[in-house]
Design a protein around this ligand. Structure first.
Ligand SMILES: NC(=O)c1ccc[n+]([C@@H]2O[C@H](COP(=O)([O-])OP(=O)(O)OC[C@H]3O[C@@H](n4cnc5c(N)ncnc54)[C@H](OP(=O)(O)O)[C@@H]3O)[C@@H](O)[C@H]2O)c1
Length: 333
């Protein structure tokens, strides 16, 4: 089979699309012929050795996917050859096949495409857990979403609107603002793509505050961090919840703790991967709820691009260059 292969941590250019030996299933595993695999921000970090997980070499990046079971090992329950499944794998989905434990599989509902099944797991799983369990979202909430046109951001916007919240999208460009408005954002703040100094941060904080109708945001969803976090936190409402999702902009910000005292607010960590391990039953409940929202067409995941799997390295480069809107999905023909 063919796969995108990483033989050492380093630049994206070192990744190769090459022939490797087909996987065979160990006890509890199945082989999935991958049809579609969604791109995620950590794919850009993991191949450069910058992610919290560091796989043994050689490995293929790609943290989620969907396809058809083509082989089954011993002790596999509830699945058979030919079943259509989606999965989260951490790495390994930018390939034609993967060996994966049956406990990591979800059957794809009738009528759902592989592309959609692959693209609604990680980002929707994260944003649903973030807003519902960690943010305790209610209908009257006003929400600020940073990096709103990206994978997790757009999923958060979709879920928040499905719950009738008022949403302000924070983005770096007009193009991204247009997408978020089209997607349901009530208003936008464009913060540009340059790092902000103290004055720039003060100005941004005022812009955020001006957009709130309640004197501050009840929930702030932050997948970008860096110089954007403190201005956003300064625009939070009394008893607001600040959701720490990621640091796509680079630096992990340090926050003056007096801000939480002044606003009576909470800074809340979100780690969806750990949540699925610590609270598997609650995660299943979330997946069911996301499925219901999809079926009722209350949420509508945005796939901006489908590319052939052999172009996975180009896609990984693109997400690091801030060029991805919503989800990009790699497809095996
Ligand atoms: N905590 C969790 O459980 C969890 C789960 C999934 C993902 N994450 C993390 O959440 C973050 C976002 O993931 P995602 O899937 O939404 O990624 P994404 O699709 O690439 O979106 C990230 C957004 O961040 C913004 N950004 C700001 N500075 C950037 C930079 N220097 N390079 C790239 N993007 C930059 C971009 O929007 P603008 O240009 O508009 O600023 C971009 O749209 C990542 O750090 C990821 O690791 C965390």
């Amino acid at each position: 089979m063919k796969a995108l292969v990483c033989r050492d941590f380093g630049p994206i250019d070192n990744l190769t699309w090459e022939d490797i030996i087909d996987p065979s299933p160990k006890k509890g595993e199945v082989i999935v012929n991958i049809k579609a695999a969604a791109l995620n921000f950590p794919d850009n970090l993991i191949v450069r050795g910058l992610y919290q997980f560091k796989p043994n070499f050689p490995f293929s990046p790609g943290s989620e996917g969907a396809g058809v079971i083509s082989d089954i090992g011993e002790n596999v329950e509830n699945f058979k050859i030919g079943d259509k499944v989606s999965f989260i794998c951490g790495w390994g989905s930018f390939a034609e096949k993967i060996a994966i434990n049956h406990k990591q599989l979800i059957k794809i509902p009738e009528g759902m495409t592989f592309e959609l099944a692959s693209a609604t797991q990680l980002t929707y799983g994260t944003s649903y857990h973030a807003l519902i369990q960690r943010g305790r979202l209610i209908e009257s909430d006003e929400i600020l979403i940073l990096g709103c046109s990206g994978g997790t951001g757009l999923a958060a916007l979709d879920i928040a609107k499905a719950h009738h919240a008022r949403v302000i999208a924070g983005v770096s460009s007009e193009e991204k603002a247009t997408l978020c408005k089209r997607y349901g954002a009530d208003d936008v703040v464009i913060y540009g793509s340059n790092k902000l100094d103290k004055n720039g941060q003060k100005e941004l904080s005022s812009k955020f505050k001006e957009k709130s109708k309640k004197g501050g945001f009840d929930i702030i969803y932050d997948p970008i961090g860096d110089c954007y976090t403190e201005p956003a936190l300064r625009s939070i409402n009394w008893k607001g919840r600040y959701l720490v999702v990621g640091f796509a902009a680079g630096e992990i910000p340090k926050i003056p703790l007096n801000l939480t005292l002044l606003k009576g607010c909470e800074i809340v960590g979100v780690f969806w991967g750990a949540f699925t391990g610590y609270e598997p039953k609650n995660n299943i409940d979330n997946i069911i709820e996301i499925g219901k929202l999809l079926k009722a067409k209350k949420i509508n995941p945005f796939i901006s691009k489908e590319l052939p799997m052999k172009s996975a390295a180009d896609a990984i480069r693109m997400i690091g260059e801030r060029k991805v809107l919503g989800k990009v999905v790699l497809v095996n023909e």
